[in-house]
Every structure is written in C-alpha cells, then in structure tokens.
Design a protein around this ligand. Structure first.
Ligand code: 13P
Length: 266
C-alpha cells in the first residue's frame, strides 16, 4: 500500500486547443460523465480565453479549474500577460508552470519559472511544476542531472510552508504527444523516484513524501492504469487524451479504481 498520498490527480491540459463552443462541449461531457469520488482530484486547464466559461460550468461540481501559465507579478505593465490575481478572480485553484513547451518553444528559463512558482504559491494558487529531459539528454545519460537542476533552480528560495500547495509533474519531452515513444511505466517510476529523492533534499522527507508527483507524456486510457499503479506516480497530466471527454473520463475512472485498490489492506 502506498503511504504518501490518499488521492490520485488527473489533470487535463487542453494546451492551445478548442474554440469556445468546443470548450463548452468538452467541459459538459466531462461534468456529465464524472461521478463524485473521494478518490480522485480532477483539474481542467483550458486556454486563458475560456477559463471564465469553463469556470462557470465547474461551479458546484467536484472538478477544479486550472490555468496553463501565468506571469509572476500581481499586476503591471506586462502587455499580453495574465496575473495570479486574475486567475484567482476567475476561480482557478491550480496553475501549470514550466511546461516543456514553454521551456523549449518559448524559451522560459529555470530562473523565470522559479519566479512564477514563488509568485503563484504566495498568491495562494496551487502550482504544478513541470520538469523533464529531452531525448538527447536522456541518451547522454543526463536525466538525473537535468531533473536535479530543474528542481533545485525551479524551487530555489520557495518557503517551506508553501510546499503543501506544490505538485511536480515529470514530463519527458520526447514522450509528449508521441504515442510511438519508448517510455514505459517502469522508466517513469525510476525518474519519479529520482524526483522524490531530490525533493527530499530540497524540502525534507516528510514534505517530499506528501507531495503529489505526476507523470505526463502520451497517457491514454490503455496505459493509464500501468502508470498510475507505479509506486511514485500520484497522478497523470494529460494533453491529447484530455480533449475527448470519453477518453479523459476513462483515465479518471482508472485513477479512481487504482486508488481504491491501493487503499485495500495487503
Ligand atoms: P500528451 O498527453 O498529448 O502527450 O501531452 C502531455 C502533456 O504535455 C501534458 O501537459
């Protein structure tokens, strides 16, 4: 039986997908197909323009609203950016930070991501910090060094009391949006164990054991149970499969079943 968490996380990262009517249709399908459960935390992260729409729909449900990014300041002259204050105002509880697409396609540095993590947590949001190596880094046996560096830089100077609102998502860059990749649940578990060990150094054993650590990278209904069954995987961060209500719900149900199985005494 696992000891570090009592609930699985299932997070849908819609990335830059959907129109307003598609967002409404998708959220409706997920809300209607989701039975309340104590054994899962479900979070939907639509694009910024649809946060208000989806947030309204999620009111009174057990599904939480999250954003995909934010700027690390409460307000100011930052054209085109979105603040934590605005996210809270729209009902967001979570924010994804340091996603590999923002690191590699938009050039975000660990120092900038660190500012975001600190700002999000001090504003009262729950932050999901994404880390992960590229294929070149993995092939060069740099996975541990990359994860260690992304964690120590991304979490530098974060006050200890904030760690209860932090989750880390391991998303190997080469496994994202690539169902033909060679990642397997055991490799993910190995990386997540490295992450939890590094977290122990950063915030102590107790906080590291309590922390929700997730996996993301081509999670589908067919492989969700295998990932969620790994000892150090407390949740899944889903891209492509979160855009179809039936697929997303199948993963949510796999998470509920896996959590219930783990709660059984051995
Ligand atoms: P896919 O599930 O499409 O591989 O995306 C994973 C991801 O990047 C979630 O943040």
């Amino acid at each position: 039986m696992k000891t570090h968490t009592s609930q699985k996380f299932v997070v849908g990262n819609w990335k830059m997908h959907t129109t307003s009517s598609e967002a409404e249709h998708l959220a409706k399908g997920i809300i209607e197909g989701f039975d309340r459960s104590e054994h899962v935390t479900v979070i939907l992260c639509p694009p910024f323009p649809y946060l208000a729409l989806v947030g309204e729909m999620l009111k009174g449900t057990q599904i939480a609203l999250g954003a995909q990014n934010m700027y690390p300041d409460k307000e100011g002259a930052f054209t085109g950016e979105v603040s934590p204050t605005m996210l809270l105002d729209l009902g967001c509880k979570y924010v994804i930070l340091g996603h590999s697409e923002r690191r590699h396609k938009l050039g975000e540095s660990d120092a900038f991501i660190n500012q975001k993590v600190e700002c999000a947590l001090s504003a009262g949001l729950n932050a999901i910090l994404c880390v992960g190596e590229t294929l070149e880094q993995r092939n060069a046996k740099q996975t541990q060094a990359v994860l260690d560096s992304q964690l120590s830089q991304g979490l530098a100077n974060v006050p200890p009391e904030f760690f209860s609102r932090l989750s880390v998502a391991y998303e190997p860059v080469w496994a994202i949006g690539n169902s033909l990749h060679h990642e397997n649940p055991q490799q993910a578990q190995d990386a997540l164990l490295l992450i939890r060990k590094k977290l122990s150094q950063i915030c102590g054993d107790f906080r590291a054991q309590q922390m929700i650590v997730q996996y993301g990278g081509s999670v589908e209904p067919e492989n969700a149970t295998a990932y969620l069954g790994q000892h150090d995987i407390d949740g899944v961060l889903i891209g492509g499969a979160s855009l179809k209500a039936d697929k997303f719900l199948a993963i949510v149900h796999a998470a509920i079943a896996e959590n219930e199985a783990e709660m059984q005494p051995v």
